[in-house]
Write a protein that binds this ligand. Structure first.
Ligand SMILES: Nc1ncnc2c1ncn2[C@@H]1O[C@H](COP(=O)(O)OP(=O)(O)O)[C@@H](O)[C@H]1O
Ligand SMILES: Cc1ncc(COP(=O)(O)O)c(N)n1
Length: 273
């Protein structure tokens, strides 16, 4: 059930092509039905073919954005994506400590699908030490989880082991995303008293730019709307699966998912009656 009076915030990088980062997050919030706000950490010159430039914003303007947003429209849930540098991470953690939002969803963005590094190597330590412990849920993909636990992940069993290791770093839940393995797209939710597997058929489409951003923003919206963790992940998995299924070719490279497939479906239903 949509409720545009419930505010959600994304703290992330801008993707000029609109498929990932801040733009994907705001589209997802809007599609699922929460009021979306943004704190921009970095600007990328990016399209469906790659990332061609990155400029980080100053700590000062990041702090400023966080404070004016929280002081005026406190978000029910916050999603954190590209954080780029050790200093930016510390600034965000300061903000989280000051305002203490109910739900913090951390998508530990490290490398874009096109292979460009979106997290400086020296920032990994702060990510693990300060940001991951603040998370209600952290949502690594396979390469990110491998980087965090410093171990290869090849099987579902490896995903469980790595997920438990990340859980021991302090978040309440870990969602290990299996999009990078072969076969069905299997994600695993791990918590102290929770273990759930979410499985969908692998969709044979190239348009997966921004899938991780979209999934984590969907979880943020569903949590903000009052769903429990298992239901939020189930609904988000359903949303990303359909968004990939309905994706269309735009640009010359790896295209975005269709964030508003649900609206198009509704229109089709109205037209046929
Ligand atoms: N080809 C696909 N078909 C169906 N689901 C997919 C596909 N690729 C990724 N997913 C799903 O999309 C979500 C994002 O996954 P993943 O690709 O692992 O993350 P990221 O975008 O961060 O690299 C997960 O729920 C994953 O299972
Ligand atoms: C600003 C920004 N944030 C996140 C991603 C990751 O998305 P993907 O893994 O689909 O490239 C990205 N490409 N750009």
């Amino acid at each position: 059930m949509r409720n545009y009076k419930i505010a959600t915030l994304t703290i992330a990088g801008s993707d000029s092509s609109g498929g990932a980062g801040i733009q994907a997050d705001l589209k997802t919030f809007s599609s699922i039905g929460t009021y979306g706000m943004s704190v921009i950490t970095a600007i990328t010159a990016q399209n469906t073919q790659g990332v061609f430039g990155v400029e980080e914003l100053s700590q000062e303007i990041i702090k400023n954005q966080i404070e004016v947003v929280f002081d005026d429209i406190p978000p029910k849930a916050v999603k954190i994506g590209m954080v780029s540098s050790p200093e930016i991470i510390l600034e965000i953690v300061k903000g989280l400590n000051k305002y203490n939002p109910e739900f913090v969803v951390v998508d530990p963005v490290m490398i874009s699908k096109s292979g460009y590094s979106l997290l400086r190597p020296e920032a990994k330590e702060n990510l693990i030490k300060y940001l991951i412990p603040k998370a209600y849920i952290v949502t690594p993909n396979i390469p990110e989880a491998e980087e965090i636990v410093e171990k290869e992940i090849k099987t579902l069993e490896d995903m469980k082991v790595a997920g438990n290791k990340i859980l021991s770093m302090g978040p309440k839940y870990v969602l290990m995303k299996g999009g990078h393995l072969e076969g069905d797209a299997i994600d695993v939710l791990i918590g102290k008293d929770v273990f759930e597997i979410y499985k969908s058929e692998r969709i044979n489409r190239k348009n997966t730019h921004g899938t991780g951003c979209t999934l984590s923003s969907a979880i943020t919206s569903y949590l903000a709307l009052g769903n429990g963790i298992k239901e939020s992940v189930r609904l988000s998995k359903e949303y990303i699966t359909e968004a990939i299924k309905y994706s269309f070719d735009i640009g010359y490279g790896v295209g975005p998912v269709h964030h508003f497939y649900n609206f198009e479906k509704q229109e089709e239903a109205v037209c046929t009656h």
